[in-house]
Ligand binder design. Structure first.
Ligand code: NOJ
Length: 741
């Protein structure tokens, strides 16, 4: 049997190798027929007119240029009908090279899933792979070949609006999620349900100084390799077809013109065979950076550094040919970029059938598949984080007589979609989105009355609606308050210096809490916000992020206990903006604060605790879990040995539920200092009320390794502490072992 499997495996590999050789030959043959202009055309990407996701460079000749073979790819063209129209133009070009259609399919296409940061809170890798798979299926059915996702930028700064697009602050969690999402998007690349992934933004964009978007990044090589690059590597290992570079400069060199990142690391050390697209206008922006004196110099810097495709800068289109003629850009460089792009077009099967992804019937079916909505609802419920639940207010009883549902987000539709959702022009989103109000109405029976008051707007200082909201609250047995950010307050170019709840919303919370009624607050946001009064005074809080198409139903599922919340925060929530950047895996320093009150000559603030308001990995459940009987298989291990860590997890509460058990390691002494703890593994475990399960983790040298003083990835001998817990700050079991060489 084993032999048969092995032969099949070898057979498959031979086939893949043969196909790949075949494609190489086709690419070479095509390249030989191409003029320099046609080659450069392949390196050009323009936006369509559907939606602008950046400052548009007006090009009235797009259609003619496609027919002339001067454009290789388009973005922002939605739907089978329109992508077909553009592809037909490409088919009129001399060599009939198909266009690639790219799109920001970040958290769904027609079915909108929770924003990526929310999904990350589920710590459910299979679920995240599935939502990416469905997003790909829908997008591919609508004529899209290429999703500009996943965004894998680590960020420790919630001021940065783009944290909503990523997996949060932790490298290990980000690494696992990057892998899962690429697998989900790409499925079986080449079939009609798959799209190419585009891993972005390479690199270190999440570390923009001050959390201000597009800002500079200054970072040590150690931090780059240890904290920021691993999720990119994971995406690459998952087979990611393309990468996008980033807007920021890294240590003074714009990422788009950065040869260290793109040539040395990505295409060199990592042997990446796909292509790199610039970010929107980022080639031209090297002029603003002061790295190139004009668009021509910018084109030279970008192509030399390894940016293969120019998104919306018009730099390659107008200057590369001249640069080749002047012998500043060798033809081999152009050829390499073109080959990388053509190869992907062949792999997708576009040369066999350029309209392969344009099938109206399939589009209709995929976009209206009820299964996708079910997955969206389940994913949304899994993404919610229960921050507080005093006196067991939640779950709400289904026999409650009157519920007051108050707040500016209760009856909103599109707000639930969050930033970076795809908006299809012909859709009526009041029919596509389950509002929170509709979700609650769907859930409660005839005997429960639902009352509504808006209370206030998301922004502004108008408190006129408070009186009505208080009156409504007074008539209810329980109040559910839905507050938060507007969906365009987190996202690209949405940095905030002030992370408080916008407008008078926290005043509204105070007014409602003063009625003495039991209050449950739902916080809708694309980032960690600061809401200290609410956190301290209100008994129950659910962090609901932006949950997408099924937001209302999922929130109702959690409020009434049809789904027991299991989300855990993928970012630390600061007490004040002054703590930012804040992250759990910091170094100990030479003067660590022994407790939260000591300030004298220790590393602390004199006016604030060091700890976050809510730590990384934190999240409650309607049930409780007990961790016991920690056992390590050995106390001493050698370099190539493994050690198993096991313990018993018991559901000690009254509800069935899931726990994300987190394994942290601390390397006690290193050739460079090591964090006080680092997430190195986790499992999401479902247990029936009262049930117990033995949980086992295996630690090998990969989990013990880090970039040592010579920047080599390797473990070092010495003592390690094992910490097992329900969050980074709630360690329930500890032990230690020794690694010897
Ligand atoms: C700019 C964003 O940074 C990037 O993530 C996105 O894919 C492009 N615009 C295209 O919309």
């Amino acid at each position: 049997m084993k032999k048969v499997i092995l032969m099949l495996f070898l057979g498959c590999n031979v086939l893949v190798f043969a196909q790949s050789k075949n494609i190489d030959q086709k690419v070479e043959a095509l390249l030989r027929q191409m003029t320099l202009e046609e080659k450069i055309g392949q390196l050009n990407q323009y936006t369509g007119d559907n939606a602008a996701t950046g400052p548009i460079t007006i090009n009235p000749n797009k259609q003619t240029e496609i027919k002339q073979g001067l454009i290789g790819s388009m973005l922002n063209i939605l739907g089978t009908k329109y992508t077909r129209q553009y592809q037909e133009l490409a088919m009129q070009s001399r060599l009939k090279i198909p266009l690639l259609f790219g799109q920001d399919v970040i958290h769904g296409y027609k079915t909108t899933f929770p924003i990526p940061l929310a999904e990350a809170a589920s710590w459910d890798l299979e679920a995240m792979e599935l939502t990416a798979r469905i997003a790909a299926t829908e997008a591919a059915a609508a004529g899209i070949h290429w999703a500009f996702a996943p965004m894998v930028d680590i960020s420790r700064d919630p001021r940065w609006g783009r944290v909503m697009e990523g997996a949060g602050e932790d490298t290990y969690l980000g690494f696992k999620i990057a892998y899962a999402r690429v697998k989900g998007f790409q499925g079986n690349l080449g079939d009609v349900t798959s799209v190419m992934a585009c891993v972005k933004h390479f690199a270190a964009y999440g570390a923009a100084v001050g959390g201000r978007d597009y800002n500079s990044v200054d970072m040590s090589n150690r931090m780059l390799w240890e904290t920021y690059l691993p999720p990119f590597k994971a995406a690459l290992d998952a087979g990611a077809a393309t990468f996008m570079n980033s807007f920021n400069d890294l240590n003074g060199i714009p990422a788009t013109g950065n040869a260290y990142l793109q040539r040395d690391i990505l295409k060199g050390k990592w042997n990446f065979k796909g292509f790199v697209v610039s970010d929107w206008g980022s080639i031209g922006e090297m002029v603003n950076h002061g790295y190139a004196k004009d668009n021509k110099e910018a084109a030279l810097a970008a192509i030399t550094a390894g940016s293969d495709m120019d998104m919306e800068s018009n730099a390659y289109r107008y200057h590369l040919a001249q640069l080749v003629k002047e012998k500043k850009v060798p033809m081999a460089l152009i050829d390499d970029a073109v080959k990388r792009i053509l190869r992907k077009k062949f792999e997708l099967g576009l040369f066999d059938d350029p309209f392969k992804f344009n099938n109206e019937e399939r589009e209709q079916k995929a976009l209206n598949n009820p299964e996708h909505r079910k997955v969206a609802r389940a994913m949304a419920a899994k993404s919610i984080v229960l921050l507080k639940n005093e006196k067991g207010i939640l779950p709400l009883s289904k026999s409650i007589k009157t519920i007051a549902f108050i707040g500016p987000l209760v009856k909103e539709y599109k707000q639930n979609m969050g930033f970076w959702s795809v908006e299809l022009p012909e859709l009526d989103y009041t029919k596509e989105i389950v509002s929170q109000w509709d979700g609650l109405q769907n859930k409660v029976g005839k005997n429960t009355q639902l009352l509504y008051a808006k209370g206030c707007d998301i922004e502004g200082d108008n408190t006129e609606g408070f009186a009505e909201a208080i009156a409504v609250a007074n008539q209810a047995d329980v109040v559910v308050l839905s507050i938060g950010e507007r969906r365009d307050q987190s996202g690209e170019a949405k940095s905030r210096s002030n992370l408080r709840l916008p407008g008078v919303q926290e005043e509204l919370v105070k007014a409602i809490q003063a009625t003495g009624k039991p209050v449950v607050v739902l916080i809708n946001a694309g980032r960690p916000l600061i809401f200290n009064w609410t956190a301290d005074q209100v008994p129950a809080i659910l962090y609901t992020w932006w949950l997408g198409s099924e937001a209302g139903n999922a929130i109702a599922d959690v409020l009434f206990g049809d789904y027991n919340p299991s989300g855990k925060l993928p970012m630390s929530f600061p007490r004040e903006e002054g703590q930012i950047p804040i992250y759990y895996n910091h170094f100990n320093t030479g003067r660590p604060a022994p407790n939260e009150t000591a300030t004298n000559y220790v590393s602390a603030y004199i006016d604030l605790k060091n700890s976050p308001k809510f730590p990384f990995g934190y999240g409650l459940s309607y049930t409780t879990f007990n961790y016991s009987d920690l056992q390590l298989s050995k106390k001493v291990i050698k370099k190539n040995e493994t050690i198993t860590v096991s313990f018993t997890l018991t559901n000690t509460g009254k509800f069935d539920g899931e726990e994300v058990v987190q394994l942290y390691l601390r390397d006690q002494v290193g050739s460079v200092v090591r964090p006080i703890k680092e997430l190195r593994d986790f499992q999401k475990v479902f247990l029936k009320a009262g049930a117990s399960q033995k949980i086992t983790f295996t630690i090998d040298k990969e989990k013990l390794a880090f970039y040592n003083a010579k920047l080599e990835w390797a473990p070092e001998p010495g003592a390690f502490e094992v910490q097992l817990g329900a969050s980074s700050a709630d360690i329930r079991l500890k032990d230690s072992f020794e690694l010897i060489f």
